[in-house]
Design a protein around this ligand. Structure first.
Ligand code: GAR
Length: 217
């Protein structure tokens, strides 16, 4: 199978990036053409370099406006001609023009069971809300922040004695499973976003997000 060209955007530690790098090494049919970070210090850049993947820093602080940064970012991404853009802990709010440019071609991972807990500090907020269950979601990116059509979610229990760090670690383990899985489905041509903004999987419109515990992975 030919490998799907992808570009991955990060801002931090890059454990999801590492999961994708490892999956690609183990046969996930993607060609990671570049890793781009808006943070010069992001540890994920080293992960990419160790894997021999080109890295670029595009520091948002060097741009006057969000629009100017996003335009430069889109030009940079497009220079690698990816079919898919993966946000992997990329902590920037994106402009509508940028998001529209990658309609149906950009995925995000978010550390909550969306639509619960959009935005930041999701683990602490789940604890504060006394949730029994928490998790992570993979979704297509649309103009609504953390609001695009959800592909798959993974659930974890919230356990007695949890703090945000322990809960985050439990969620991250699941993130590292569902991101490569969703990317595989796209690479295999099984998953897409239709013109009505619905997720299509194996020729069926999804009526609800898939659940990791219920899919054959
Ligand atoms: C992950 O938990 C990811 O879901 C989250 O940032 C973390 C990045 O970790 N993303 C967001 O909060 C996006 N709004 P990583 O750098 O180790 O992959």
């Amino acid at each position: 199978m030919s490998r799907l060209p992808v570009v991955i955007l990060i801002s931090g530690g890059g454990t999801n990036l590492q999961a994708l790098i490892d999956a690609a090494r183990d046969g996930l049919p993607v060609d990671i053409r570049a890793v781009i970070s808006n943070q010069p210090e992001a540890y994920g850049l080293q992960r990419a370099q160790q894997a021999g993947i080109p890295t670029v820093v595009l520091d948002h602080r060097e741009f006057e406006t969000r629009e100017a940064f996003d335009q430069a970012l889109a030009s940079l991404i497009d220079s690698y001609q990816p079919n898919l853009v993966l946000l992997a802990g990329f902590m920037r709010i994106l402009t509508p023009a940028f998001v529209r440019h990658y309609q149906g071609r950009m995925l995000n991972i978010h550390p909550s069971l969306l639509p619960r807990f959009q935005g930041l500090h999701t683990h602490q907020r789940a604890l504060d809300a006394a949730e029994k269950e928490h998790g992570a979601s993979i979704h297509f990116v649309t103009e609504e922040l953390d609001g695009g059509p959800i592909i798959i979610q993974a659930r974890v229990p919230v356990l007695p004695g949890d703090d945000a760090a322990r809960l985050a670690a439990r969620v991250l383990e699941k993130e590292h499973i569902i991101y490569p899985l969703a990317v595989r489905w796209i690479a295999e041509g099984r998953l897409s976003l239709n013109s009505a903004g619905q997720v299509v999987f194996d020729n069926q419109v999804l009526s609800a997000p898939m659940d990791l515990d219920k899919v054959d992975s």
